[in-house]
Design a binder for this molecule. Sequence first.
Ligand code: KIV
Length: 264
Amino acid sequence: MKKVTTSSLLKMKQEGQKITALTAYDASFAKLFDEQGIDLLLIGDSLGMVLQGCDDTLAVSIDDIAYHTRSVRKGTKRAFVVADMPFMSYSTPEQTYQNAAKLMAAGASMVKLEGGEWLMETITGLNQRGVPVCGHLGLTPQSVHVFGGFKVQGRDDLQAELLLEHAIKLAQAGIQLLVLECVPVDLAAKISEQVKIPVIGIGAGPKTDGQILVMHDMFGISANYMPKFSKNYLEESGDMRLAVKQFIDEVRQGAFPSELHSFN
Ligand code: KIV
């Protein structure tokens, strides 16, 4: 069993092999996902919604993420572990480095930041200090109040052009992975083609280099509602291991997401 690394993720993109990813927040689920062969686990600030029952991710703290990262790391042998930097935890260089250090010490192998070109210096500074970075563009949930709700991004030409430019700039600054959330299929395909790093989609159609879902959505047990871009994998099999296996197989075969789970 070879551990997944930034190099193997890049190789998967280059060889056209889809990357499979789920969020995880504890050791037991991390172990279950890891044993089924998931490539990447994200300790997402979505935990504010699916674990803490909030309406958004804004109240999640760095200590919350560090706590769950420690648990996920203990359950993981093979998958690559990425931890979210929560809302306002990367506003100044000093604050960013201290908080990233907490997550790396807790067991993350990479941190994820939401935002565009304005993060370039932050990304370079983290890289220089030994912290790999994942970008996150499109519907970035920490900006939900700027967007006026959880809405698909990049639908008009100007917005789409801007998102592509941000992706290119983030890649130039040194991100080694990009999450693209809730953008139209064609835009996600264009961004995935134009950047050399792997692009992991969520609500971004089938043409990205991989797919991620929030684990509670994939099991169909989220407290609030089921997003259009997700699929309840537990419904068919009634078995958690089979559900995860089916998600992994469908992503690898290009069967998920279908048009039903995508935006235009
Ligand atoms: O917080 C999270 O779970 C995320 C995923 C939706 C990509 O950022």
